[in-house]
Design a protein around this ligand. Structure first.
Ligand code: M6R
Length: 610
């Protein structure tokens, strides 16, 4: 989604802003722009459709110099992908703003601005905000008061940073529903939608809370709540690594992140299993007492994180014996679910900022849950800050829009969660020891699957000219089939569907002919015989089968059956292992088709609008 960077410094800020935008590229965007107040007090801006590199080329021809500036990457919502719609937007050559989010009362505000005789230069909701703020400052209000008054009129989600040509000593900002962070430097201060944007200039951050307003200057900053009462927000020292955005020699971030999985899964387990048991309070000191009371689980998430939740449902019900409901956040937030007594509400999210998941958490706060918990990858994110319990996956910064290492660490964390619940719900010491042994083996098993990368790259060549694909699995491999289909569609743009293999004959079998590749995740569980029968149904209709099977499955290749044997045995954690070849398959298909692997069209890494 859109990205914001702003700076007030005692030096030129153009390069700081440009590097910030580069670091926000992973969020997904379609145009970029920058506006700086020059020494002579003029607002100068440059905007370009396309990547930050286009903006950077334009800035080489038309440099912007000055000590106060704003920059933005835009992911189009209101209005097409054009230079006029790109941010920053300017009102009356005086007020410049950048905005993340969506303003829902856009039409009413637009009519009001047009009625005031102001000619709009873009189709965006964001430009209206610039004019509303201008109206306030031109009638004598300070920039901060103007922003506060304007924010009160906005319905929807926003993070805003605003600059006034007539007072370049100050930048102001506010947030509601979209993140905004203050970066604290030496004699300079910054605003950004993501701390990662500012790592080259600072490691100290203040995360604004919902409704907060901030004014930053070279020598300090002040934060106010939505009623304009001064407030103090906690200062965080970021542990993020400024080099985390390097590709580390890999061709794409996605490939680097796939290869990081053995290490980050090990990292997620570190200190959480000891000897042959789970560390009792690894979900926080209060978790032990809480988990003893839990009688049901509701898991809410989006996209890949939702698929992680679906895997966990099988485990939680089978191992901990607790009913577990898993739902997409955008559906959950608008219905009235029945909440059984003593239900724990769990969100799963890489970013911790996904708008639907965050809203679902806030909805849950109005319902009768025992407590809320998040499994999340970003320490200072909104989900972490707003949940009662938080469990960190330790995947590190994930840049590729297609989630890979975030998923496998989430599912690993969910096994720990299952065990933490099961300790209070009948799991024996022997069962716990077996699961711990499987977890310990996991990083090595992922590493051995990565060894067959070239075999998978070869298989991927068969998919280059395809437009459709079907993914099948049963049991815990069904959500893995869903995840495999999502990976393939989002980065290669091949239409891919996933089905529980037993459902095939209830409809999707009609799609099968000799052009359709059918990808199967086959683990040698008690469902294997059933799965094999389903595969016969595909074979009989001429379908081409690509089966990823573990060593124990003992399947044989034939004319229509391409068998890729994974060098691992079956285990409870097979769904994690089965994910790796599907990630590699999607990656190599996308590379062969020449798509933008790390930033696929139309998608954003962190979906901070509804
Ligand atoms: O940051 P989150 O895990 O909350 O994001 C949820 C989805 O937007 C995300 O998983 C998305 O589906 C990925 N692009 C899939 O690869």
């Amino acid at each position: 989604m859109c990205g914001i960077v702003g700076a007030v410094a005692q030096r030129d800020v153009d390069l700081i802003l440009l590097e910030g935008l580069r670091r926000l590229e992973y969020r997904g965007y379609d145009s970029a722009g920058m506006c700086i107040v020059s020494e002579s007090g003029a607002l100068n801006k440059v905007r370009r459709v396309g990547k930050v590199i286009e903006l950077s080329k334009a800035l080489a021809d038309q440099p912007l110099r000055g000590h106060t500036g704003l920059a933005h990457t835009r992911w189009a919502t209101h209005g097409g992908v054009t230079e006029d719609n790109a941010h920053p937007h300017v009102s009356h050559q005086r007020i410049s703003i950048v905005h993340n989010g969506i303003i829902e009362n856009f039409e009413a505000l637009r009519q009001e601005i047009v009625a005031a005789g102001i000619e709009l230069r873009s189709q965006t909701d964001s430009e209206l905000i610039a004019h509303l703020i201008y109206q306030q400052v031109s009638s004598g209000h300070s920039l901060l008061d103007a922003l506060a008054a304007t924010a009160q009129r906005l319905h929807g989600a926003y993070a805003l940073a605003v600059m006034d040509r007539d007072d370049p000593s100050t930048l102001v900002g506010t947030r509601s529903g979209s993140p905004l962070v203050v970066g604290i430097g030496l004699g300079e201060h910054f605003l950004a939608s993501d701390a990662g944007a500012l790592l080259p200039v600072t490691r100290q951050f203040v995360y604004l809370e919902e409704g907060d307003l901030v004014a930053i200057r070279t020598d300090g900053f002040e934060v106010y709540d939505r009623s304009m009462i001064p407030v103090t927000r906690e200062l965080f020292e970021s542990s993020l690594n400024a080099d985390a955005v390097d590709k580390g020699g890999y061709r794409h971030y996605m490939l680097k992140e796939i290869h990081q999985q053995p290490d980050v899964v090990a990292e997620t387990l570190e200190g959480r299993i000891i000897d042959n048991h789970l560390v009792a309070d690894c979900f926080g000191p209060e978790s032990e007492a809480l988990f003893a009371k839990v009688e049901a689980i509701h898991i809410i998430a989006c996209g890949t994180s939702y698929h992680a939740g679906l895997v966990a449902r099988y485990w939680i019900e089978a191992i901990a014996g607790l009913p577990c409901h898993v739902e997409i956040a955008s559906e959950y937030r608008y219905r009235s679910p029945a909440v059984p007594d003593n239900t724990l509400f769990v969100t799963i999210s890489q970013s911790g900022e996904t708008a639907d998941t965050l809203s679902a958490l806030r909805e849950a706060g109005r319902r009768d849950y025992l407590a809320t918990m998040t499994i999340c990858n970003v320490p200072e994110s909104s989900l972490i800050r707003e949940s009662d319990l938080a469990f960190m996956t330790r995947a590190g910064v994930e840049i590729g829009v297609a989630s890979t290492k975030a998923f496998t660490t989430q599912v690993t964390a969910l096994m720990l969660f299952t065990m933490a619940l099961a300790r209070h719900h009948g799991m024996s010491a022997a069962q716990e020891a077996d699961l711990v042994a499987e977890l310990r083996a996991l990083p090595g098993q992922i590493r051995s699957i990565l060894q067959i990368e070239t075999d998978i790259a070869r298989v991927a060549e068969d998919f280059t000219g395809k437009e459709h694909a079907l993914f099948l699995g049963r049991g815990t491999e069904f959500p893995i089939a869903m995840e495999g289909a999502l990976k393939l569609k989002e980065i290669s743009y091949i239409h891919a569907e996933a089905y529980a293999a037993g459902e095939l004959k209830h409809g999707p079998l009609a799609l099968v002919d000799d052009h359709l590749p059918v990808i199967v995740s086959a683990s040698s569980s008690e469902l294997l015989a059933k799965l094999v029968s389903n595969l016969q149904e595909v074979r009989a209709r001429g379908g081409q089968l690509y089966i990823f099977a573990d060593q124990d499955a003992d399947l044989v290749a034939s004319d229509q059956v391409h068998l890729i044997t994974l060098p691992v045995n079956h285990s409870t954690l097979s769904p994690i292992l089965q994910t790796i070849p599907l990630q590699l398959l999607a990656y190599y298909v996308a590379v062969n088709r020449g798509t933008d692997v790390d930033q696929p069209r139309n998608l954003a890494k962190s979906v901070t609008v509804e």
